[in-house]
Design a protein around this ligand. Structure first.
Ligand code: ATP
Ligand code: MG
Length: 336
């Protein structure tokens, strides 16, 4: 069982990177030009991850993919998840999609404990509440269906007439700006076009959450920009919550909240500056790159720990696991 509170803390789960238990200095949170979330009590969280742990066992080897991950996402947010290869991004996304069960911890969607649901409830959740877009467009589309038929496919089990189904599928293709390819088969479309159809497919059953794992991983930068803009547009227009795992920093720069996972835990979050957000629609990719977009925060977990990056430790000359922690002028100073 994963330790639920500080007193039960077991060293097995403590990250190898230097972690110092520090208390939040108020100044850290006083950046007023940053778009802050609503105060705790007013938050409308669509997703809450509470101490998620995932251990994969293969033969004799155990891999700790998630190490007590805590995360809250508000309804209507557009969030990017970044992190090194193997840090646990896909594991987290698959868990949110109900495809992967945690070894310990809980995951609440709309206040419901996802993995306390019956198997039938979980199947219904996967079919109705979440939409997936994968990196490889071949994973998203049926090759022998046209774009339109692909978008209609998830609607076959709904009580809809053929005409209604067609109208809805066509409406989605229009919204994504790919309706001119309605009668094309996947093999006749470019990677970017296929990904756009895949977004329409994922939206067909009106999911509450859209999950995308490296959706721009296999397309060029121009197409990637176009796909990014589609995610922003559908987030704004239909208010759907979107979580995108990406290696693509140009995508990460365009979303209001960027969550960094390292070693199976959230380590830092970047929140978009309000000034930057206001300018976003009128700027080119080049001019965007020149402006600092986000304010970066370290995450203080429930057990009051923060992760400190190896770079920061190196810069501070900290090379052992013992550090001094002192409070000076209302600030916490960690030193050798
Ligand atoms: N089915 C599995 N069986 C065993 N180990 C797994 C399995 N899936 C993932 N892992 C391991 O769990 C860890 C996290 O994997 P995950 O796929 O979540 O990483 P990721 O952040 O998505 O990486 P990438 O950026 O390369 O896609 C890795 O060490 C990986 O090898
Ligand atoms: Mg992955």
């Amino acid at each position: 069982m994963y330790p639920q509170n500080n007193n039960e803390m077991n060293n097995e789960y403590v990250n190898n990177e230097a972690e110092a238990p520090v208390y939040a200095a108020e100044e850290n949170y006083a950046a007023d030009e940053v778009t802050e979330g609503a105060p705790e009590a007013e938050k409308d969280n669509i997703l809450v991850c509470d101490g998620l742990v995932k251990i994969y066992k293969t033969d004799d080897v155990e891999v700790l993919a998630l190490q007590g991950l805590e995360l809250e996402i508000e309804r209507g947010e557009l969030v990017a998840i970044i992190g090194k290869s193997g840090s646990g991004k896909s594991t987290l996304l698959n868990m949110i999609g109900g495809l992967e069960k945690p070894t310990a911890g809980r995951l609440y969607v709309d206040g419901n404990d996802l993995f306390a649901m019956s198997e039938k409830g979980l199947v219904e959740y996967r079919r109705k509440s979440v939409g997936f877009v994968w990196q490889n467009s071949g994973q998203n589309l049926f090759p022998y269906f046209t774009a339109l038929q692909n978008v209609e496919a998830p609607l076959y089990f709904d009580h809809m007439s053929q005409k209604e189904r067609r109208a809805k599928a066509m409406g989605l293709l229009k919204m994504i700006g790919i309706d001119h390819r309605a009668n094309s088969y996947p093999a006749q479309m470019s990677g970017g076009e296929q990904q756009r159809v895949a977004i329409a497919v994922a939206l067909a059953h009106d999911p509450k959450i859209l999950l995308a794992d490296e959706p721009t991983g296999a397309v060029d930068s121009k197409t990637s920009n176009m796909i990014q803009d589609i995610f922003r547009k559908i987030n704004e227009e239909i208010g759907i919550t979107i979580i995108i795992v990406t290696h693509d920093l140009s995508l990460a720069n365009k979303v209001s909240r960027v969550i960094m996972i390292s070693d199976g835990k959230i380590s830092t979050e970047k929140i978009m500056k309000e000034k930057y957000r206001q300018q976003l629609d009128n700027m080119t990719t080049e001019s965007l790159a020149a402006v600092e977009s986000h304010e970066e925060y370290s995450i203080l977990d429930k057990a009051r720990r923060v992760q400190i990056s190896q770079d920061a430790l190196d810069m501070a000359g900290i090379d052992s696991n013992k550090v001094r922690v002192e409070v000076k002028d209302g600030k916490i100073i960690i030193s050798k």
